[in-house]
Design a protein around this ligand. Structure first.
Ligand SMILES: Cc1ncc(COP(=O)(O)O)c(C=O)c1O
Length: 386
């Protein structure tokens, strides 16, 4: 009988560690919601990221939302965001009843910091300790920097200083970037620890997973305290149930943390496999005229989360054709996200000199990148690209 080819998924979890053991421990001990696995998971996160005060949350989206709240983002305020990112990074702005200002991106799909700097210097003014948009006269509370696909944004000191001088809080969406570092003068800075606050995702499609989950990173003790407070229904007194603020139920359960703990124990191995996959793709794809693989930025150490294929005019097919063709061959490929400044809920928002984002949507797509991807599968994918 002829064997039926299984679909090669874009990104699946790789379970080969202590996941079952730790889950059993939770169930046997009856510690499902709170427990030691959460503490152990946090400890490991601290070791990997060097973040002084991480706080677990139930996903990266709620983590980002709390970061914006802590950055005092209020109704009608504005937040600078990149156009190319998963829409969660933009939706959180709307959860605060604030508005995004869309920026262009660079060749790594990361926010274009040169244009962002120009926007802040030319299109905003500073008054009473706050930055205001010249066009709308609204306060700009913060900027969300997204380290897209595991590739770090080039967050130079001069940009950080400008934001500090203008009281614009830098929030890092590091959803996809556990294990990715910015490297400067032989020092490594983990994604999510460069600005004031960062948020990482442990969703099922990320480099490691806790089935669903996230962590907010900060080096500021009082900011962590605020995250924990808000994500636990802002409880000021747990005997009499006194709540002096509106809080949320954004905690991560011990059961989820148990899976995350087992996964993070294997992070090094997973990144090793990921790098190998990237190199196998690269050596084959770069031989095909009109196709290339996006390399991680030279100023970084990447986790190689997803491999991005770039299609240029020399290639004989369009991206649209290629997506359809590969999906018909049971290869789960995806386009890079549709630019968010063109999405229906956001197409009336302010944009600034957006060009590259549109080009990226036209020419970039995501290739299957699970750490369990086999060499024969990579060869099959590349044969289909040929
Ligand atoms: C860039 C980016 N931001 C935010 C999120 C949201 O993460 P979560 O699913 O943990 O809420 C994701 C992924 O899902 C993402 O890729």
């Amino acid at each position: 009988m002829k064997s039926v080819r299984k679909t090669i998924q874009l990104h699946t979890p790789n379970i080969f560690g202590n996941e079952t053991k730790y889950l059993k421990e939770c169930i046997k001990s009856n510690y499902l919601t709170f427990g030691k696995h959460s503490e152990l998971f946090l400890k490991k996160i601290k070791n990997v990221t060097n973040s002084k005060y991480p706080a677990l949350v139930h996903n990266c989206t709620s983590g980002l939302y709390m970061c914006l709240k802590i950055a005092d983002t209020k109704k009608d305020d504005e937040v600078i965001v990149p156009s190319i990112t998963f829409i969660a990074s933009i939706n959180v702005v709307k959860y605060c009843s604030a508005n995004p200002i869309f920026m262009d991106v660079d060749e790594y799909c990361n926010i274009d910091l040169k244009k962002t700097k120009e926007f802040i210097l030319k299109e905003t003014f500073y008054k009473n300790g706050k930055t205001f948009n010249k066009k709308t006269k609204k306060k700009i509370s913060s900027i969300i920097i997204v380290h897209t696909f595991g590739n770090i944004v080039n967050l130079e000191k001069s940009f950080i200083e400008l934001c500090k001088k203008r009281s614009i809080i830098i929030i890092e969406d590091a959803a996809e970037s556990l294990g990715s570092f910015y490297v400067k003068n032989n020092r490594k800075y983990h994604a999510g620890t460069i600005g004031s606050l960062g948020s990482i995702s442990f969703n099922g499609n990320k480099i490691i997973t806790s089935a669903g989950g996230g962590v907010v990173l900060t080096n500021n003790k009082s900011l962590k305290k605020k995250v924990v407070y808000l994500s636990n229904q802002a409880k000021d007194d747990d005997v009499n149930f006194i709540h002096n603020e509106v809080g949320y139920n954004f905690r991560l359960s011990n059961i989820h943390a148990a899976i995350g703990l087992a996964q993070i124990e294997n992070l090094k191995k997973i990144i090793f496999l990921k790098k190998k996959i990237h190199n196998e793709y690269k050596k084959r794809i770069n031989k095909i005229s009109g196709l290339s693989l996006i390399n991680p930025p030279i100023y970084s150490k990447s986790n190689y989360w997803i491999n991005i294929l770039k299609i240029d005019n020399k290639y004989k097919f369009t991206k649209k054709f290629l997506l359809k063709k590969l999906i018909s061959k049971k290869i789960q490929v995806r386009s890079v996200w549709f630019p968010n400044h063109l999405q229906k809920p956001y197409n009336k928002c302010q944009t600034y000199k957006i060009k590259m984002a549109n080009k990226i949507f036209k020419n970039y797509m995501c290739l299957p990148s699970s750490s369990s991807l086999k060499l024969q599968e990579i060869k099959y994918i590349v044969d289909n690209l040929k």
